[in-house]
Design a protein around this ligand. Structure first.
Ligand code: ADP
Ligand code: MG
Length: 543
């Protein structure tokens, strides 16, 4: 038996799941604090003790400078920050690896072993964020089978319980620190074995990576602080630090209680005097109605890309969708279409279904062409043989080449593969050396968020950084050095191919005169030393 797990590595909470012996996705609970999720928080208590999870979260108020949270916002960023504790420096990848290790230990503490994992990532993650996430997994000693987009995983877990053809699903994922809207389409397709399977395609993404449950916490904190002041005749400035910590520590729990009850009480020690504050759900809803509206504006913006009428189902995902105000707001916009099941576990559970799909493909080829067994214990096989996941490219990709047309030659980026194309995506084009007897070509590969065919890339002919539309987010991924034999003429066709799949960009260049092939696999810029010079380029045919 293969031990395959799926990890939802969240901004504020993470979750690990697997398919149990009945083929149903199940989350491994954290018995220490009786919870389905582990807080993505790391507390560096001292040189010898690093704590991850709820216990770490409890130190935010008292020891904030030794606590790291929201590291997912930093992972894979070009100029990502590092963290220093007790003379050691930690990268976001290393911090994430500590969280993943905690999840791995959860499995092992309950007598399990982990062979392979699938880790979930936001649909909008670029190549570097994806590669850094994978690295974090490997650093935690996990074999990372694959990554899967979070909304795709959530849709998988929904469709596994309610199998329906041709559905367009809007995934509304409101977590602790991020809000993601994604539209996915489920359709029927045939897999390689000729069997009908459900295909999941991402159609559109939107949202805000600085909007989440924490905003509700902040409002509630302010409300309680002011109520404490009123009760004790104080101004906010007169409230002691300990009192503020006390409030901070109680806010999230009060918020969760308000999802179930119409009102809740918190007891706060206000500068030494015990004070009881009652919070009504209706007041909480009033003080946060603008943030709810803000999420709905992002939904509207996403619906500019996909018509609202085409949405069949709206799936509520993320712990913050437990709040009745969210369910009500979404229900008002999409009457009768809203679904919510285990919103804090749906992503991990869907990824667990996906993970076992992959293992089946790799592990037992017979599972693909055999009849679906009716044996109840083979529910897992039934589930996993029903789906195939089709992801989109998270960015546009292409080489930097010289355009000789016009009065002045320009160094341009030709987008081979555009953001949103189905993966794996492949494109080839033939170029030529810039001049006769050119010894080599430095073929640069770029990532960007534009859908234009041609872009001015981030370095000019002299290799200097050049201003581009920041919204295009042009990034140099790396370069492939193509050696040319002596005497190569400038008419030698060089065929350049880009292939993008979930794990990275494969760049290939073939000298079609000699059939010599050069190739590289790019994940991040750091993989390759890039020489920023203008010489040794390829040109677009000027015919
Ligand atoms: P992530 O954003 O890391 O993916 P989750 O989807 O688990 O994490 O969402 C975490 C957020 O959900 C936190 O802000 C948490 O306070 C909130 N949350 C969890 N349960 C509830 C609940 N019952 N009521 C209101 N908010 C909740
Ligand atoms: Mg999440």
């Amino acid at each position: 038996m293969h031990n395959t797990f799926a990890i939802d590595l969240g901004t504020t909470y993470s979750c690990i799941a697997y398919l149990n012996e009945h083929g149903n996705p199940e989350v491994i609970r954290d018995n220490e604090n009786d919870s389905n999720t582990v807080a993505s928080v790391v507390f560096f208590e001292n040189e010898n003790n690093v704590i991850v999870g709820q216990a770490a979260k409890e130190n935010i108020e008292t020891d904030g400078d030794r606590v790291v949270q929201f590291v997912k916002r930093e992972i894979g960023k070009r100029e990502s920050r590092t963290y220093e504790f007790d003379g050691k420096t930690y990268t976001p990848v290393e911090i994430s690896a500590l969280i993943l290790t905690r999840l791995k230990n959860l499995v092992e503490a309950q007598g399990g072993t982990i062979d392979d994992v699938v880790i979930t990532v936001p649909a909008y993650f670029g190549l570097e964020e994806r590669s850094a996430t994978r690295q974090a997994g490997e650093l935690a000693g996990l074999h990372v089978l694959s990554l899967i987009n979070e909304p795709t995983a959530a849709a998988l877990s929904y469709c596994a319980r309610q199998f329906q053809e041709d559905r367009t699903i809007l995934v509304y994922d409101l977590g602790g620190g991020t809000f993601d809207v994604t539209v996915v389409k489920m359709s029927m397709a045939q897999n390689d074995a000729g069997r009908d399977v459900q295909k999941i395609t991402v159609l559109a993404t939107g949202g805000d990576d600085r909007l989440g449950g924490k905003d509700w916490d902040d409002r509630l904190y302010n409300y309680i602080l002011h109520a404490c002041c009123d009760e004790n005749g104080l101004t906010p400035d007169e409230v002691e630090a300990e009192t503020r910590q006390d409030i901070r520590g109680k806010v999230e729990e009060a918020k969760r209680k308000l999802s179930k009850k119409q009102s809740t009480k918190v007891r706060i020690d206000v500068n030494g005097s015990r004070t009881e504050i009652t919070i009504k759900r209706s007041d909480f809803e009033q003080m946060t109605s603008d943030i709810v509206a803000k999420t709905m504006n992002f939904v509207d913006a996403t619906l500019e890309k996909v018509p609202a009428e085409s949405i069949d189902t709206v799936l509520l995902v993320g712990g913050s969708t437990y709040m009745p105000m969210i369910i009500n707001a979404v229900e008002a916009k999409f009457p009768g279409k809203v679904q919510q099941h285990d919103p804090d576990q749906a992503v991990a559970k869907g990824a667990a279904i996906y993970a076992s799909m992959l293992v089946e493909e790799v592990g037992s080829p017979s599972a693909q062409d055999g009849e679906i067994s009716s044996d109840e214990n083979n529910h897992a096989e039934q589930l996993t043989s029903k789906f195939t996941v089709e992801d989109q490219t998270p960015r546009s990709f292409g080489p930097g080449v010289v355009d000789m047309n016009g009065s002045k030659q320009k160094y341009v980026l030709e987008n081979f593969i555009k953001i949103g194309e189905k993966m794996p995506a492949v494109f080839s084009k033939t170029y030529y050396p810039l001049e006769d007897n050119q010894e080599l070509v430095r073929l640069r590969a770029f990532e960007n968020m534009s859908t234009d065919d041609t872009l001015i890339p981030c370095v000019d002919e002299d290799g200097n950084p050049q201003a581009t539309d920041p919204a295009h987010n042009v990034k140099l991924l790396g370069e492939l050095v193509v050696n040319l034999p002596p005497g190569t003429s400038r008419d030698t066709p060089i065929k350049v191919t880009f292939k993008v799949d979930a794990s990275g960009v494969h760049v290939e260049a073939v000298n079609t005169k000699t059939n010599e092939t050069f190739e590289t696999f790019l994940r991040t810029e750091s993989d390759i030393d890039v020489e920023r010079s203008a010489v040794h380029q390829l040109r677009i045919s000027s015919e």
